[in-house]
Design a protein around this ligand. Structure first.
Ligand SMILES: [Mg+2]
Length: 262
């Protein structure tokens, strides 16, 4: 017999706890979370004028990077679970994906695998887009917000991203700007390329505290911390930094921005 205590309630136990139970029933009965009615009174309520420009980071904001890591795990001969666990530990210790390779493949130069990784990856595919991206960008454009995409990406990804034909007026990457986040030069280049002038009129949406929320805040922009992907789940905010919005998906962003604009 197992020593693990059972959490299964005795037959006939009444699990109903009132409104919370009703909410859970509604969530379980929905096709997905986008079908759950949102009580706007529960949504964040930022101060100050609403921004008219929304700039989206790329990795783990628009693009689900699961395939990137799955292919690396296959190339290095470990399970996706092992790769993900070591990546998570590296992020939790303040490192990043480059810190994974010495643990998993200490005797190989991971850069020798780059070409084969790219061959298997085959660039961004439509299936790599998070499912809430197209509806969100479309709705923001319909509501009159300017939509820009700007993130750290190698040159090879820039054209692949443009080929996805997302609703946007500008796609600009670190490779084109010659500077990457969190460097201020990235944001200076973004503002020049997008002909932006007032940082308080621009919302930057990113998944990372170190690369997105902190440098965008320092630049004077409004920020939305998107808590998805490994960094979004593991990183923590410093006590003195408060993003204007903290979301776990893009589904509610058009509604929030439209309510913020009033
Ligand atoms: Mg990102």
């Amino acid at each position: 017999m197992s020593d693990v205590p059972s959490t299964t309630p005795a037959p006939g136990t009444d699990l109903s706890t009132g409104p919370v139970e009703d909410d859970l029933d509604a969530i379980e009965g929905a096709e997905d979370l986008d079908d759950v009615a949102v009580d706007t009174r529960e949504l964040p309520d930022p101060d100050g004028p609403a921004p008219s420009v929304v700039v989206f980071d790329i990795g783990e904001v628009l693009i689900d990077e699961s395939r990137v890591w799955a292919i690396w795990s296959g190339l290095l001969g470990v399970s996706p679970l092992t790769f993900a666990a070591v990546l998570g530990a590296a992020i939790a210790q303040g490192g990043d994906h480059l810190d994974v390779f010495p643990h998993i493949a200490p005797n190989v130069d991971w850069e020798d695998f780059l070409d084969e990784h790219e061959r298997r990856y085959g660039g961004f595919h439509e299936e790599d887009l998070y499912t809430d991206v197209l509806p969100c960008l479309t709705e923001l454009r319909d509501l009159g917000f300017r939509v820009i995409i700007a993130g750290n990406q190698p040159a090879i990804r820039t054209e692949q991203l443009r080929a996805l034909d997302l609703p946007q007026e500008l796609i600009i990457t670190s490779a084109e700007l010659g500077a990457g986040k969190p460097d201020e030069a990235f944001f200076t280049g973004l503002f020049r390329a997008g002909e932006l002038d007032d940082p308080t009129d621009v919302l930057y949406v990113g998944d990372r505290v170190d690369n997105d929320v902190l440098p965008a805040t320092a630049f004077g922009m409004r920020t939305c911390w998107l808590r998805r992907g490994p960094w979004g789940h593991l990183q923590e905010l410093p006590d003195d930094v408060e993003p204007d919005l903290v979301l776990d998906g893009l589904g509610e962003l058009p509604l929030l921005l439209s309510e913020w604009r009033g």
